[in-house]
Design a protein around this ligand. Sequence first.
Ligand code: ME8
Length: 518
Amino acid sequence: MAAKGSAYYITTPIYYVNDRPHIGHAYTTLACDVLARFMRLAGRDVKFLTGTDEHGQKVETSAQAAGMDTQTFTDRVSQNFRDLSAALNFSNDDFIRTTEPRHTRACQALWEKLLENGQIYLGSYAGWYAVRDEAFYTETELTTGPGGKKIAPSGAEVEWLEEPSYFFRLSAWQDKLLAFYQANPDFVGPDTRRNEVISFVKGGLKDLSVSRTTFKWGVPVPNDPEHIMYVWFDALINYITAAGFPDTESAGFTTYWPADMHMVGKDILRFHAVYWPAFLMGAGVAPPKRVYAHGWWTNEGQKISKSLGNVIDPHALVAEYGLDQVRYFLLREVPFGNDGDFSHRAMVGRMNNDLANDFGNLAQRSLSMIAKNCAGSLPTPGAFTEADEALLDAARTLQARLSAEYAAQAFHRALEATWEVISAANRYIDEQAPWALRKSDPPRMGTVLYVVAETLRHLAILAQPVMPAAMDRMLDQLGVPAGARDFAALPNALTPGTALPKPQGIFPRYVETEGAET
Ligand code: ME8
């Protein structure tokens, strides 16, 4: 077996167990899944982590509202996130829950390290707190909402809090963080978000309250069990727990830490790009290499919220449109990093135009011609013409283009580049008209069909990260053995004479039922 390639450690946020998973959670994990799959196919030694954030006031309150014991409640909701992974074909290698003993151990070890380094001190907190965001706010950040209620920039209501608390000396990290961003220009993506982070830090940092005493649902502070750790302090540590912390000499830690990528939504960038590297550097642990904050989904133009009743259930989407269709849509429709809107019309447009007409039809028409006219086996090509070489060349250079786009998390551009080759192949068939060659020049027809099949092989191998099941079926139909589907196998052209199974449509069209909106 070939030696494993260099490590690639990618993480999703760990999701609060106060809610059912929705399209937003599915989106972040999908982006990570695609990167993880791409890196695995490229030979990297991938560790892909997701999981659930189970402590804090919000979860405790939700459990009470559900009339359930908090642990039983978290067990149930956490399972919903595991079920999401299965339903969306996510290939995570680990699933962490912050209520696991491995995590308590890591949190307490990091705490002790920070205490030892003089980064944590005991004081008392008096200020505003939003349970929905599990975040502290200063007076100047707040606005006054209906009924005189104080509102955080996120729209969450805040409450006044006064309690003894441990603090992390964040104020001492301003210059060190700015120097860190300067030395690591790729630490935050996209660039616009990086500028936001830098100006936030330049605005000054206050020490951060990192423990609570008014409720119990959290990791106990070592040697002071009246305190539990602030849920964000606990949550961020999951990324090192799963790499084996505090066993920093362990193979897991030395191989995978620092993480290559923390993928997050734009709402939680500050925690990942400001607090987290400061906690780690304060404890003498290397910060992650990159944090990417993607945009926000709305539903038919409206903010997605439980109170509006417009939460999009990913299971329902998959049932309606098909799994790989949904995976494709989410990454193709919106430039990654920007906000996006889900609409039935846009989804059906992508499904019918890009998938059924462009890609599906390319495979269907060429494979059916091979089935009918070449006795169901791959034809033997003759000498290649300039047009043949041009198409094959576009297919052969696609991997390098995609590698560059995925390295910049530009999923939409990776898919655009893929569709350029699909369009070129469709134009090639139209121009070469193999159906007309059937009588006039059967060997040339064989060459044309071989060139298209070989182009399809590249496309199918390279589109696996986004549409794993559909591309598996396409590779089956092209007679590509299971062991020859990674990027190392891209140069191994199809073997003429290989018997192919009967072609079957891969991307069905969406047919509107009467009364459905269009
Ligand atoms: O913040 N559009 O968990 P959370 C796009 N536990 N992405 C969305 C979205 C939307 N409309 N809604 C949610 C937490 N997301 C913490 C994280 S990490 C150490 C702790 C995605 O359950 C997006 O990734 O509120 C966002 O950052 C995340 O879900 C928030 O999930």
